[in-house]
Structures are given as C-alpha cells and as structure tokens.
Write a protein of this length. Structure first.
Length: 597
C-alpha cells in the first residue's frame, strides 16, 4: 500500500500518471507500476525507484487516455516486480490498484483457486487460447479456476471482479458486489479493457480523492498527485463508490448535482498538499501516530494463541533459538528506541541485551560470538554508521537482524532477516489511547509557552522512561535549538542538580508505577531549588501533583507506557519550536537520513 494515481481524459495518460507518482515519492515505496487502456491493458511494473519504471515504460506502447498507476510499500509479499501494482486477473481483463489490507483475502483466494469456472466455453476466446496452449487441455483450466501471479492480498480483487464480469454483471455493480464480501480497508481504483474511458474508485478506510478538471478527471490517494492539474476535488467518504469517465463523475450511480454539491477547492500549493492541510510535516506525522501504531502491529499479534507473528524472522527461527545475547545498534532516536528494547527483551525474553551507538560499535572491536545476534534499528535503512555495524557483524559471522521502515533499503538487504515496522491486519492496543493524548494538544500548547524563552532544559525518567527522557531532550534541541539533556532520574544528584536554579525548566516522566515515589522525591528536590517542573504522568489518585505544569497520559501496561509518554514530548518540542517562530520541518544542519559517516 502507498500511492495511487488515475486519469481519464483526452490527453496522453502516461506522462500525467508518471508525474503523479513522483509527487507521491515522499511517502516511501519499494516498487511502482502503471497500466494504460489502449484496446487492451498495457501494464508495466518495476521494483525500485520510479526512474526505473520510466526506463521500462519507454520500451512499451503505452499510448492511451485512460490509466492507473501505483507506488507500493510492501505489506503482503516481498518487494518484487510480481508483487507491484497494478494487479490483473489471469485473463488480463481487469487491472486494479489498491491501498489497504484485505483481511479475508486468503479465504477468498482459496475459493477462487478451487472454483469451477462457469464461463461459456465458446464465448471466452481468451480461455480457448489458453486451453490450446495447455498440455492438460481445456478441462484442466476450468477445474483449476483462477491462478495468481503475486503474493499480495490485493490481487484477489482483480480476480473477483473478473469473475463477476464473466457472469454478466456490469462493471459498477461487479465492483460493488465484490466489495460487499471484503473485510478490511481499501482505496481502490479499477480499470478494464472492455469498458473504455472508465475508472471505478472506492474507499473504505484508505483515502481517495477525485480531481475534476476541464474535460478530464483524476483519482489519487493524496491531492499532491493531482494538484498540478486541478484544485477542484471530491473527497470520497468510507463506503462510497464512484464511476469516473470522460463525461463526468457518478456517485453510487447518480450523476450530477450530488457530486457538484460536494466539490471542494484546494487552496494549498503542492508542498502544502503533501502535508494534508497541516502547517508542518512534523505535526502531521505526530497526529498520524495512532495509525502508525495500528499498521505496525496488524497481523503480528495472534491473541487467540498468545503469540507474536513476525514473518520476517521465520527464516532464522532456529538460529534465534540458539542465541544467548543480543546487541542492539542505532543512532539518535533509533538508539533510544533500542534502549527501550533492552528493557523489554530482558524482562520478557530473559536474554542479556546490550545497546550500542552504531557510530562507536564499529570502531571498538566488539566481542561477538556465533551465539550473538546484532539487531540494527534505522528508519531509513540507509544510516551509514548502522549499516557499517551490520557489515561488521556479518564479517564476524554473527546473525544480523534489521528493524527498518524502508523496504529494500541497504540494511534490509544486507541483514540475514528482519522486520519492517509498517505491516498489515489487526489493531494495536495503544492506538486509541494515543488519540486521547492528541485530542488534548491545546494543553501542551499552553505548557510550551513557558519554555519559549528558555536556554536550557533537563529531562528525567527511570527504567522504561529513561530512554524516553533522552528522546524528549533530543527532539527539543533538534527543532527549538534549546540546549536540553536527558538523564535517568537517579543520576540527578550526581551532577545535573548543580545546574538547577530559579525557573530552570525540568521535564519529569513520572507515571504511577513502582518508580513513582522515587520520581516524586526527585521532583521535591527540584522544587526546593526553584525549578519549573513539567510532569508527564498518569492519573494520580490524590489529584494533580504540586508542580507548575502537568500533562496526564492514559494508564496502560508498563511495557506500552513509554509509547504514550513519548507523544506529549513530541508535541512539546513542536509547540516550542512554533512559539519561537522556527520551522520544525527544517532543523538546521540535520538530514532525514544520515547516509554519510
């Protein structure tokens, strides 16, 4: 799932679709593809960057004025060309692009594979041609039902729609009938070779927008893909299906006023459109975290059997059972995430864990054995120091694992196995509580105003929350340029307390857990020296704490509490930066992905 673009009009579709894909590159992807209607469906797909797709498209006849395109970020199926969108049914009659997760796709796929075709033998020329080419003959093809070319959940949609069309159902009705059987989410666009100049688009839980131009129409998952062509758009609601033709847009089969009444005008420029209306990317990404939490846990928690399902580690299951030590490496926020992982792995798995800065690991001749696993954490999968740490592990014949966000990145390719942090079905337990925090953003805006003129800030936390204190300090210094340091609360008396004077801001993470009393003692020491204390805590039985500022987060399981405690610190950093008239999206001297040492 990732980016969708569709076009119907009088112009050549291919350049419009390719440009739309480029506007969606910021979202990240591992493969891309395009399908154009020109008497048949001409489909071109490529693993890797859009530039690679462009090279392939140049070798094909892709003239046509109606088409669809997609950038894919792998959820079901590895990042290979065969898993890239658009997907077609086995007759080449239907092509689809799809964002979302089809939760019951395996059930539907089994049904299609086993199903005896009800096609009329004489009316299906394609089936006859395939039969002549088959060594088993015509009967085998009928009995075999549908054949699948990819490992994706999305492909099942193309086959189901083709099945309905073969039974005589009209295109719009066929799509509607198929979607009635789907459990899951979708932003879907359908193209067929038989119905010219027509796209069918449908939404359920995954955004789609229809662009309305002068004699031309567009479909996209994000307005940034089409804003160069039109600013008049129709945002689809969940459950809606539209037919988009060269004549106009029909909503659930009704053309005209209902559509026109809902047309909105985009007043953003291209850059702003990619922010989905938010003033900054940072805020947009903070607000998207509930969805990110859901995506990262979908399909990975088998609650019925009480186990986690991490398919990316299946290939090394036996080696994992033999390890007696884990070394986690990362840089910046990834390093702090590793520190939280250290607590979790030692507490839950009972295995010794060390966490190393990747920039130091490669230079200090680490003692690694064949029973050690090295886990590299990197958002981009391209962080130079972390990549070199992986290579050092490989040189020592140590099991190298990756936890990255970008499919097909260098770390993903060079590790023995790993996990992407963005994949599919089943909802994570922390996401709803994360939304509760985000709904109270105004509280943090008020707290942030007290830090606007600060020069320094101290962040404190214990156990699971010590790394969160480090991360909070990092975020504040990155975007607001206030000097901030994070410490474990127990270390406060061993140096940092010397800095405290009247009004010195201190952010203390103090949830109601077994460490609360010790944290409260630290707070009392800070208050006695005149510090301005900002407490991030859970609901206190005795009422609000006696501190200058307090932000309360929902209580959850202690291993999940750090996730909820991180969000207010991100909001704090963002709001302080905005209050200081700084652009949090462009912190000076920093890059999104550090690919040099």
């Amino acid at each position: 799932m990732c980016g969708i673009v569709g076009y119907v009009g009088s112009k050549s579709a291919t350049p419009i679709l390719m440009e739309g894909l480029k506007q969606l590159e910021y979202r990240g992807y591992d493969s891309a593809g395009i399908c154009v209607q020109n008497g048949k469906l001409t489909t071109v797909r490529a693993e890797g960057k859009i530039a690679r797709l462009e090279e392939k498209v140049a070798k094909f006849e892709t003239r046509g004025t109606c088409g669809i395109a997609h950038t894919r970020w792998a959820t079901h199926g590895v990042p290979e060309e065969r898993n890239a969108h658009p997907h077609r049914d086995c007759t080449g009659r239907v092509a689809i692009v799809h964002n979302g997760i089809i939760e019951n796709y395996q059930e539907l796929k089994r049904e299609l594979i086993a199903r005896r075709s009800e096609r009329s033998i004489m009316s299906d020329r394609t089936l006859l041609i395939r039969a002549r080419r088959s060594k088993q003959g015509f009967k085998s093809l009928i009995d075999d039902g549908h054949s699948f070319a990819s490992d994706t959940d999305s492909e099942v949609l193309a086959h189901m729609i083709e099945q309905e069309l073969s039974g005589g159902t009209a295109l719009f009705a066929a799509v509607k009938k198929v979607l009635a059987r789907i459990r899951g989410t979708y932003g879907l666009v359908v193209l067929t070779k038989d119905v010219p100049q027509t796209l069918i688009a449908a939404r359920m839980g995954s955004p789609l927008v229809v662009g309305i131009g002068e004699g031309e129409y567009f479909v996209a998952s994000d307005p940034s893909a089409i804003i160069a062509h039109t600013k008049d758009v129709l945002y689809l609601d969940d459950g809606e299906i539209v037919a988009v033709t060269s004549e106009g847009v029909s909503l659930d089969g009704v053309v005209g006023a209902r559509v026109q009444d809902r047309v909105s005008k985009i007043d953003w420029d291209v850059e702003e459109a990619t922010k989905a209306g938010h003033p900054h990317f940072m805020l947009k990404e903070i607000l998207e975290q509930p969805e990110v939490i859901e995506n990262s846990t979908r399909g990975r928690m088998d609650l019925l059997n009480g186990r986690c399902v991490l398919g990316g580690l299946e290939a090394v299951r036996n080696r994992l059972s033999e390890i007696d030590r884990i070394v986690i490496v990362g840089c910046g926020s990834a390093y702090y995430a590793g520190l939280v992982g250290e607590y979790l792995l030692e507490e839950l798995a009972g295995i010794p864990v060390e966490v190393e800065l990747a920039s130091e690991f490669r230079y200090r001749k680490p003692l690694l054995t064949t029973r050690t696993a090295v886990l590299a954490i990197s958002q981009s999968g391209e962080t130079a120091d972390t990549l070199e740490a992986v290579r050092e592990a490989k040189r020592k014949n140590v099991l190298a694992l990756g936890l990255v966000n970008v499919v097909g990145s260098s770390i993903a390719r060079e590790t023995d196995a790993g996990v992407y942090n963005h994949a599919g079905p089943e909802v994570g337990v922390a996401s709803t509580k994360a939304r509760e925090i985000l709904d109270r953003r105004e509280e943090m805006t008020s707290i942030a105003s007290t830090l606007k003129g600060a020069e320094h800030c101290l962040f404190l936390g214990r156990t699971f929350h010590a790394p969160i204190a480090y991360e909070g300090a990092l975020k504040l210094k990155e975007v607001s340029y206030i000097h901030a340091e994070g410490y474990t609360s127990g270390e406060m008396k061993h140096g940092p307390i010397a800095l405290i004077n009247e009004g010195f801001p201190c952010v203390v993470l103090c949830p109601q857990d077994e460490m609360f009393e010790k944290n409260w003692s630290n707070i009392q020491e800070l208050r006695a020296r005149g510090a301005h204390v900002i407490a991030i805590t859970t609901q206190c039985p005795g009422g609000p704490l006696m501190v200058q500022s307090q932000f309360t987060v929902p209580q959850t399981h202690n291993v999940l509490q750090p996730i909820l405690s991180t969000i207010p610190l991100q909001l704090l950093a963002y709001e302080v930066a905005v209050a200081r008239n700084l652009d949090p999206d462009k912190p000076r001297n920093l890059a999104k992905s550090v690919t040099v040492e």
